[in-house]
Ligand binder design. Sequence first.
Ligand code: SAM
Ligand code: SF4
Length: 378
Amino acid sequence: MSVQLGMPQPPEEAAPLPSVPAARPTDAPAGLADRYGRRATDMRLSLTDKCNLRCTYCMPAEGLEWLAKQAVMSASEIVRLVRIGVEQLGVRELRLTGGEPLVRHDLVDIISALRSNHPNLPISMTTNGVGLAKKAAALKAAGLTRINVSLDSLHEETFTQLTRRPFLNQVLAGVDAAWAAGLGPVKLNAVLMRGINDAEAPALLAWALGRGYELRFIEQMPLDADHGWTRRNMITAAEIRQILSADFVLSPDPRARDGAPAERFEVRRRVAASADGAAGALGPVLGTVGIIASVTEPFCSDCRRTRITAEGKIMSCLFSREEFDLLGLLRSGASDDALAQRWQDAMWLKPKAHGMDHVGLDAPDFVQPDRSMSAIGG
Ligand code: SAM
Ligand code: SF4
């Protein structure tokens, strides 16, 4: 075949794409396996679709229409699904999320029940931190292992612009209370928005390192309810590394990534250059920073996540347009085995990749899902 430099080349042998996804074969591997050799062991469970912030990259200013109370999984339904996941399907860690999990009044009871069923299961929670200061000790006592708090800015005005609520001080108090309660290592999640908080990234990192928190920057994904995301405007992982390099030197963390969404870097400062003009040496490792490059450097081939929305729908991928109802089946009186089988069938169809990283994002191979991040459970 003659090759024209600079021209996109057709694949040597295009693999035929199945038009109808294959049903899970009877000899499929155990657990939450899929067609591409992956197995989900990390369960993300949304406790509610409600939230008390309105982050611009997630929710519209006016909020969303909340689910009716009876449409949301009850505590006992949650506990049952987690038990099936752990005992029958190989789930090895659980992350509680939302919406905002702290707005659920029975949160502490849910965690206590999960802990008493699963004494060794790592149970973490992602929260916006509003109201966390008051609840951190009770969450720890109930059996929560660890916490992730979202924090995009340390400036009150910027925080309020991004979240549309003036709660920065509550969030900062919540982060410190979580640390004091023993919910560490505390991880912080930050989404950078161009012209709003991107320039603050080094200061945010310096603040987190100084307190022993692990900061992770998340690339903004097209999961905002306003559909305002554009590829041109998002801050890419490469750009984040560039912004941080003004103050820090990042080198890959030697620890194995092990399916984690964040690529971790060790962070050092360059000590002052000597008078003879030699470049400054590197100082000691100050801590690590994570970058979750879901858009530009996706990690789909090693994805180990299975998601359940607050109304009990299985989503095999954040960007799935297909959902499988687990709660309806549970409420119809289905056995544990029938529920486990539906979960396995749904995960078998997990797409190979989300397609966001393809050149030409508006190409038909990527369609933004109808659900926003808050309605999925990030
Ligand atoms: N309300 C909690 C919080 O904010 O931490 C938990 C749910 S929130 C949907 C989970 C995470 O998703 C947060 O860290 C948030 O910053 C992130 N997130 C929301 N929308 C996003 C988007 N469009 N792109 C990237 N991350 C997003
Ligand atoms: Fe609420 Fe979290 Fe979405 Fe912000 S990111 S609006 S805190 S669900």
